[in-house]
Structure formats: structure tokens, C-alpha cells
Design a protein around this ligand. Structure first.
Ligand code: AMP
Length: 191
């Protein structure tokens, strides 16, 4: 199965993606983790993306695609992927679809992990991961999400590829519902 997990910063998508990857035998690919790793390693790509990541701005599409191409193709060849954090804009969704179709690795379903704003802020401030988790950067990342990612939900909804799950409950409850919903999707894909 090849799936996209869409959620605001603080929605718990990283945790849920790991659990789903385990359950369904998928590779978890987090665009944020991949980019942060490049920054830490000081790779050429890392140097190019550093200033965007530290401000909470979106990294230009070509750079994100460069980071993702290989891992996505490799995962598709070994059981499928769960992509967490990509795509994040309508443009990326279109670009991803065109590129992935060509390679035969396009996503089959998009899951929206929906969490109310107050709960997101509470969780993000509690997390305090580092330079991209200060209050100003958190607010900015949430604005970026509203402006760029929320319109992308429509892109998938219009194609009837969107599953919405309430992400405000406990992590275990959310995992349980995600698994139920995705098992339905899996059955429909194998029909
Ligand atoms: P995340 O851990 O998914 O919240 O991502 C952390 C940061 O990495 C974001 O604030 C962006 O700077 C960058 N990033 C991650 N995924 C993308 C993407 N799909 N497009 C552009 N920038 C991204």
C-alpha cells in the first residue's frame, strides 16, 4: 500500500506513521526528518534547505523532491510507503502525482489526521524539539499549514482519495481508527 498522511505540525502524524508502517509492513518516510538529517550531516542539500527549515518555511519543491525520490522508489519496491509531511501544497501534490505516476509509485490514499488548533499548540509547546519549535516558529508553521496545506485537502477530497480521522483523541484510539479505515482501503484495492 502507498499512502500519504496529512496533518498539521503537532497532529501526531509522525507517531501514527511509525505505528502504521509497523502494522502494514510499510516504510515510513518523513520529509521533515529527511530534511533535518541532511541539515545535520551538512550535505549539499542540507546546506541549501537549512534556512527554510529553521524558520519553518516551506523548502522549495525541487529540493524536497530531490530528497524524496530515491527513498520513495525504494519503499515502493518493498511493500509500500507511508509518506508523512509530503506533499504539503497543491503544487507539490500535482508534481508528486505526475512524477510518481511515471515511476509507477503514486499514492493510493491520503489520510487527514484532523486536530483542533488549541490542541496543536498545546502539544507543540510541550514537545520543544529545538530551533523549529519556539512559539514564533510554531505559529508560523501553523499559518503555513493553513495557507498551503489546507487547500491541498480539497485536491484529494475531490478525487475521492481522502480519509479523515479525528486525531484529537488518545494516540492508541487514533491508531485503532486509522488501522480500521486503512484495512477497508486495503480491501478495496485488492478487489
Ligand atoms: P515537519 O517535521 O514535517 O513538520 O517538517 C519540518 C520542516 O521541514 C518544515 O517546517 C519545512 O521547513 C520542511 N519541510 C518538510 N516537508 C516539506 C515539504 N513537503 N515541502 C516543503 N518543506 C517541507
Amino acid at each position: 500500500m502507498r499512502l500519504l498522511l496529512i496533518g498539521a505540525p503537532g497532529s501526531g502524524k509522525g507517531t501514527q506513521a511509525e505505528r502504521l508502517a509497523d502494522h502494514f509492513g510499510l516504510t515510513h518516510i518523513s520529509s521533515g526528518d529527511l530534511l533535518r538529517r541532511h541539515v545535520e550531516e551538512g550535505s549539499k542539500l542540507g546546506q541549501a534547505v537549512q534556512r527554510y527549515v529553521s524558520r519553518g518555511d516551506l523548502v522549495p519543491d525541487t529540493l524536497v523532491m530531490d530528497a524524496l525520490r530515491k527513498p520513495v522508489v525504494a519503499a515502493s519496491e518493498s511493500g509500500g510507503y507511508i509518506l508523512d509531511g509530503f506533499p504539503r501544497t497543491v503544487e507539490q501534490a500535482e508534481l508528486a502525482r505526475a512524477t510518481a505516476k511515471e515511476l509507477g509509485v503514486d499514492a493510493q490514499v491520503a489520510v487527514h489526521l484532523d486536530v483542533p488548533r488549541e490542541e496543536l499548540i498545546r502539544r507543540l509547546l510541550a514537545r520543544g524539539r529545538g530551533s523549529d519549535d519556539t512559539e514564533d516558529v510554531i505559529n508560523h508553521r501553523l499559518e503555513v499549514y493553513d495557507q498551503h496545506t489546507v487547500p491541498m485537502l480539497d485536491y484529494y477530497a475531490q478525487r475521492a482519495e481522502l480519509v479523515r480521522v479525528d486525531g484529537s483523541r488518545s494516540p492508541d484510539e487514533v491508531t485503532k481508527e486509522l488501522i480500521t479505515e486503512l484495512e477497508k482501503v486495503q480491501r478495496s484495492l485488492t478487489l
